[in-house]
Design a protein around this ligand. Structure first.
Ligand code: URA
Length: 253
């Protein structure tokens, strides 16, 4: 009896809140008068390359950004060196999502992910793979630049996970490329990027391919540089080939 009362008292209706992604799904249904009641079918209808689906994607992206811009879950948004939150960008129906660590100096100023030196290298890698950057989705584990570009703290990652989950729950990619240790450890805590890169991780519906962060490539020289470049090239190839196998109709350029 005591336990029953304890549960009743601790679990009041006001504490039961719907996840933001579900709220957004209802919102989308209302806005576009969607009859499907199954979340999977609604999300599938967002992925088609036609005018109606594109309208839904534009709407979703706007709300995801608004949701992010109102985030105050950790103190990073209020820190002096912080200019703005940096949302992910690209195609919301992409079978591939690239996830980095968090915005750096340039990203914080411009408000877009991967626009600095590391981002330019990433764009070159993608172009070499005949992928236009706009045809995939690029984001970060955390959306606010940490002071002096330090590695995000666990509590910041946890607080920001709501934003990343929101993005992933609509894009539902086939393959995620985890760029460096922070996104790798987000999906598989206790991992090491040097040990685990290039090896698939199956995470629910997603296949995750961990590889080195482009900033790591930029720090290498000589033979070490060639080795790292080759490793990243192989990892990207594995990831893109798998995504193409799983979703052959998608156009990357
Ligand atoms: N490094 C990251 O991890 N993300 C960016 O957006 C830029 C640099």
């Amino acid at each position: 009896m005591a336990i029953e009362n304890e549960i009743k008292e601790s679990f009041t209706a006001t504490e039961i809140t719907l996840p933001d992604s579900i709220k957004l799904l209802f919102d989308l249904k209302d806005k576009f008068n969607i009859q499907d009641s199954n979340a999977h079918d609604i999300i599938k209808s967002i992925k088609i390359d036609d005018v109606e689906s594109n309208k839904k994607r534009v709407y979703l992206y706007k709300i995801i950004k608004e949701h992010l811009n109102s985030c105050q879950r950790c103190p990073l948004y209020s820190i002096e060196n912080h200019t703005q939150k940096v949302a992910g960008e690209g195609a919301l129906n992409s079978p591939i999502v690239l996830i980095g660590e968090g915005p750096g100096f340039d990203e914080d100023k411009v408000g877009r992910p991967f626009v600095g030196r590391a981002g330019q290298l990433l764009t070159i890698i993608l172009n070499k793979m005949e992928i236009r950057r706009e045809r995939i989705y690029i984001t970060n584990v955390i959306k606010c630049r940490p002071p002096r570009n330090r590695t995000p703290l666990q509590k910041e990652i946890k607080a920001c996970s709501n934003n990343l989950e929101m993005e992933l729950s609509f894009i539902t990619p086939k393959v995620i490329i985890a760029l460096g240790s922070v996104p790798l450890n987000y999906f598989k805590p206790g991992s090491s990027i040097t040990r685990d890169r290039g090896q698939w991780i199956n995470f629910g519906e997603y296949w995750i391919m961990p590889t080195f962060h482009p900033a790591y490539i930029l720090r290498k020289q000589g033979k070490a540089l060639n080795k790292v470049k080759w490793a990243v090239w192989q990892d990207f190839n594995k990831a893109v080939n798998k995504a193409k196998e799983m979703y052959p109709e998608y156009k990357y350029n």
